[in-house]
Ligand binder design. Structure first.
Ligand SMILES: Cc1cc2nc3c(=O)[nH]c(=O)nc-3n(C[C@H](O)[C@H](O)[C@H](O)COP(=O)(O)O)c2cc1C
Length: 370
């Protein structure tokens, strides 16, 4: 981070702001959302860039760094040509959208658009791979389990009606969701429906949702508030046995509401689901930053199944991307840093307007410019 303002002093070189420096194998990669080209430089050039945070003299700046005048002049001129050194008044912002999302988000985007360039690890030996291959299923051992019914799905709504009914509902009426409905929602969103033999990759599950490489790393943590025949509490869904394993009993509405920045739906919903990605299931097979993007794309596919299932059962759902991630990691009792909290959803009987639409939606009643 730059510690001084450029001002109008053109006798100094300044490092472009923001700048990211990634040390790699004795060299340093320079990147900035304001510069088209990413370049790799020797470590003493990176040191020059660090010194340029406070401005370095164009004329005799090499002296302070212990550089020969000729090299100092040619290196600084080259860095200036690329745009890594600037003088005078600098363009105030990085280009959209990075001026809002920041250099770290930009660097992540670059790692996706330039795969393999950013600290991805080499593949390990095949024999090691087989030994370390994570299971496609989470093993709950012989933990006591509340087994759920295995019946035909409760809903029989036409698919097109399901699509038209899906809406975000943020308020629910105080009525329990049935055990069979909870069972349907978990089974069709998070449960395996078929299995596939993938050779060296093992036997994989196939769910209603698509998933990159059929890794199906998403697990469901269920906050039960008001579900028939299920004691309130926090559970984790065991998809192989199709049941709920208790994490802790109790009515934790306020806890889920706090984890989702007090947005409200958890205070009236019948139950909530916080999803967790077992990321090693994904990273074991895909050893590139783009797998992280696919992991989040999988969350979208999963959430769509959940919300459409809710609509098909005449239930409402709300989705929340705003989650206190660290607090949620602790609240769910997650065991490792590779378990990533990804999404929060609530479900219940929605409070509706007279025309069946969610309370929060204002339908326009005067002409408007689209
Ligand atoms: C990834 C994602 C994150 C969301 N996060 C929130 C949220 O934090 N709070 C909220 O009230 N709604 C959230 N929503 C719901 C959207 O606001 C909602 O989908 C949108 O207003 C359109 O309304 P509809 O779902 O009824 O079509 C989220 C939706 C998605 C897909």
């Amino acid at each position: 981070l730059r510690t001084a303002d450029i001002g109008s002093d053109t006798s100094l070189w300044w490092a472009v702001d923001p700048i990211l420096m990634q040390p790699t194998a004795g060299k340093v990669r320079l990147m900035s959302p304001k510069v088209d080209k990413r370049i790799v430089v020797a470590s003493d050039v990176a040191q020059l860039m660090l010194a340029a945070q406070d401005g370095i003299a164009k004329a005799d700046g090499g002296v302070a760094l212990g550089w020969a005048a000729g090299r100092y002049a040619s290196v600084t001129n080259l860095l200036a040509t690329y745009g890594y050194l600037v003088d005078g008044v600098e363009a105030p912002d990085a280009p959209a959208p990075w001026q809002h999302w920041g250099p770290v988000a930009w660097a992540y985007h670059m790692s996706l658009t330039h795969p393999g360039a950013h600290g991805t690890s080499a593949r390990v030996a095949p024999e090691q791979e087989a030994a370390t291959r994570p299971s496609s299923f989470r093993d709950f051992g012989d933990a006591p389990i509340l087994l759920l019914p295995r019946l035909s799905p409760r809903g029989d709504m036409r698919f097109i009606d399901v699509l038209e009914r899906r809406r975000t509902h943020r308020r629910y009426v105080p009525a329990p969701v049935g055990l069979e409905e909870l069972s349907d929602l978990l089974r069709y969103t998070f449960g395996p429906l078929r299995f596939a033999d993938a050779g060296d990759l093992g036997v994989m599950q196939l769910r209603a949702a698509a998933s990159g490489g059929a890794r199906h790393e998403t697990e469901a943590y269920v906050y039960v508030f008001d579900v028939d025949h299920v004691a309130p509490g926090l559970y984790v869904y065991d998809s192989l046995r199709h049941g709920l394993v208790s994490i802790r009993p109790g009515l934790f509405r306020e806890e889920l509401d706090a984890l989702t920045y007090h947005q409200g739906p958890a205070l009236s919903a019948a139950f909530g689901v916080v999803t967790v990605a077992q990321s090693d299931r994904m990273s074991w097979k895909y050893r590139d930053a783009s797998a992280y993007r696919v992991l989040w794309q999988n969350v979208g596919c999963m959430a769509q199944i959940f919300s459409l299932m809710c609509a098909s059962l005449n239930l409402g759902t709300s989705m929340t991307g705003a989650i206190q991630m660290e607090a949620a990691h602790a609240a769910l009792g997650l065991r490792t840093a590779s378990e990533l909290v990804t999404f929060a959803m609530c479900c219940g009987h929605p409070a509706l307007r007279e025309d069946g639409q969610p309370m929060a939606v204002d339908t326009p009643n005067t002409p408007f410019r689209p």
